[in-house]
Design a protein around this ligand. Sequence first.
Ligand code: AMP
Ligand code: GLY
Length: 423
Amino acid sequence: MNVLIVGSGGREHTFTWKLKQSAKVDKLFVAPGNAGTAAIAENVAIGVSDFEKLGEFALKNDIDMIVVGPEVPLVEGIVDYFKADEKLSSIKLIGPDAQGAALEGSKDFSKNFMEKYSIPTGKAGTFTKETLAEGLAYLETEKAPYVLKADGLAAGKGVIITESLDEAKATLKEMLDGKFGEASKSVLVEEYLSGIELSVFVLTDGSDYVIFPEAKDYKRIGEGDTGLNTGGMGAVSPVPFANKEFLSKVEEKVVKPTIAGLKEEQIDYKGFIFIGLMNVEGEPYVIEYNVRMGDPETEVVLPLIKTDLMDLLEATANGTLSSQTLEIEDKSATTVMLVSGGYPGSYPKGKVMTGFDDTEDVILFHAGTSQNEAGEVVTSGGRVLSITAYGSDKDDALAKAYKAAEKIQFEGKYYRKDIGFDL
Ligand code: AMP
Ligand code: GLY
């Protein structure tokens, strides 16, 4: 099979690395990819939202399957675009159509979905400019901390949590006044959930599902979970506190009703569901759905899967996932993200990277990297390189990742030295 992976981050490099191991895969392309994917597959200079060019490329190169990495093209309807075109409709896409992608694209839609199917989640109200007065009154009836969420996609920045009622009111106004553009035309005021977070990843063909190893990511830039939010600074899988009893609650109370709800809504969902959860005194509550894999969670989850990923993806596309069993490594995997100095604010690009050959016992997944004219690998993004290691437990794996993190050099390199500190 010829496969096209859409995206350019560490997640997409990991998909490329994993699919490269499948005897079923002939040619692997990544659009647009990075320096890491260029080394093991062929990069194609097409943006993730350029459906027309992606379609033309797929036809010309006999692509059989497209794996969509990020949420934006899914929410924009890449699956619908391919389905609607006679020449493209036989290509298998991994990812939901726009209706299914609304689980991530609209927090109001996903909240209503969870309420309708009795999936445990924080109680919430949704407000617009027209109902601002009701929103302010609603805030008065809530307890601190106050959680405000932009309804639409806001690149991971659309959630504001504050202890102060006055600040919450001011923030609600600002958001409805366009703080996050279109994304905050509607805003959810949500009950605060107190606990420890983790994520569970489900691959579904719309009726059946497999559950991948759970993971915990570290979103804040600073050690001890302080400072600004980032795309993710590191991850650990499995998560020690997610014992059998907790995971079985997740399956019964969250995964099963989610798949049943999608079916009931006649949403043809073939792809990943990333369920962001809060463990509140041993009970799982859904914080959010994402309609893709996580980044950097993918960099620890896929390396733990022994099963041929193409078998799983084909079964997903064909609706035969019930015939598949998932084999998982009996190890721990951790990843540490090297980022550009200044990230998540502004940062320089084009810094030459060295030391790749000095690392051992790790897998280097490129995120924001490219090649310059001299053929050197240079930084090209905020999150630059995800260093994954296996170990008998998380500490063993982290020690290897940190050793390699010291070896890779580029001007301004920063990484958190406390991944997994709270586990
Ligand atoms: P989200 O973009 O929905 O993942 O939210 C970003 C982060 O805000 C989450 O990872 C949580 O740490 C936090 N968060 C979101 N919703 C809640 C909530 N209801 N209670 C507590 N923390 C929350
Ligand atoms: N690491 C969080 C995400 O992929 O959304």
